[in-house]
Design a protein around this ligand. Structure first.
Ligand code: CA
Ligand code: CA
Length: 313
């Protein structure tokens, strides 16, 4: 004889199934959270390891530059420090990755802080040189006057090209000019009329170094060489670059004597004190880009980082 199942048995079965389902979801959530936690921890660990590797590379480049100062009397693009660092593997029991990078001579560029003298007043020779650099790069030369106003200590707009606070405070959002030397060339993005394309074209040829600095003709970019005098033709620049190849100019003062005015000749050098290191470290999926401006003391060669940044200069 068949007996009817009790309704309580059905409820118990459904409850048991529900409990199983909930336990399943709970288990899945826990393992998902656990996976995320582990990933987060690894990322933090790899970021930390990557930063340490970048600082290690900075230290190594510092000793490379110090040795160079002790061993050589000039700085040129044929030297060891100027070569791109090959991709080096980072290998340990727990970490697999790679590190690569390079050093650039910042005195091969135009120092925008040369636009003002020690009193914060515009240096007319530097202003004219910056205009020539902009023209050499196919850019609007009026940015030279606008940059000079941004850096000079007064609030008198330069003529015909300039911009002081009345221009910037009228913008949305409003801001004010720096009226002091730059620590980063990225500040030029704030100049009146500046756009990304102009900035990107200009950036590889300029630097923001402390105080007034000379230009190293052995490492100067073609556009910076072109900016030394308006009489220089593109052919002159081609021959200059050919003549300095491998070991720099044999006698740069003699070479440039007839090519540039005396005040420009005075600002030329064949050694450098400011370098920019760029290091890229990749560990697992973590990628770190590290920039460091290095100052090398001329006599001892002791090299010190003066500005460090992650991600962008
Ligand atoms: Ca050297
Ligand atoms: Ca000003």
């Amino acid at each position: 004889m068949r007996t009817a199942r009790s309704p309580q048995a059905g409820v118990a079965l459904i409850t048991a199934l529900l409990v199983m389902a909930l336990l399943g979801i709970l288990g899945l959530t826990l393992s998902w959270d656990n996976g995320l936690d582990a990933r987060r921890t690894y990322t933090m660990l790899f970021h930390d390891e990557g930063s340490q590797a970048a600082l290690g590379a900075e230290n190594w480049v510092g000793s490379l530059l110090r040795d160079d100062a002790v061993d050589t009397t000039t700085d040129h693009l044929g030297e060891i420090w100027a070569q791109e660092l090959p991709v080096l593997p980072i290998e340990s029991d727990t970490i697999q990755g790679a590190i690569q990078g390079g050093v650039e001579d910042l005195q091969g560029r135009f120092n925008v802080n040369n636009l003002v003298d020690g009193n914060g007043e515009v240096d007319q020779d530097a202003l004219a040189q910056f205009e020539r650099l902009l023209v050499a790069l196919g850019l609007d030369p009026r940015f030279a006057g606008i940059a000079a106003d941004w850096i000079d200590s007064d609030q008198n707009p330069g003529f015909p090209n300039g911009a002081e606070d009345p221009i910037y405070t009228g913008m949305i959002p409003p801001y004010r000019s720096a009226d002091q030397r730059l620590t980063s060339i990225t500040e030029l993005m704030a100049l009146e009329g500046m756009d990304k394309a102009t900035y990107d074209t200009l950036a590889p040829h300029i630097a923001a170094l402390p105080g007034n600095t000379g230009i190293n003709v052995n490492t100067a970019t073609a556009a910076v060489l072109q900016s030394l005098d308006e009489g220089l033709s593109p052919q002159d620049i081609e021959s200059m670059i050919a003549d300095r190849e491998e070991s720099g100019f044999a006698d740069f003062q003699n070479y440039f004597q007839t090519l540039v005015p005396a005040e420009v000749l005075d600002s030329l050098e064949e050694t450098s004190s400011f370098f920019q290191l760029k290091v890229v470290v990749q560990i697992d999926t973590v990628r770190i880009t590290y920039y460091s401006v290095l100052y090398r003391e001329p006599s001892s060669g002791a090299t010190t980082p003066i500005l460090r940044s992650f991600g962008t200069i």
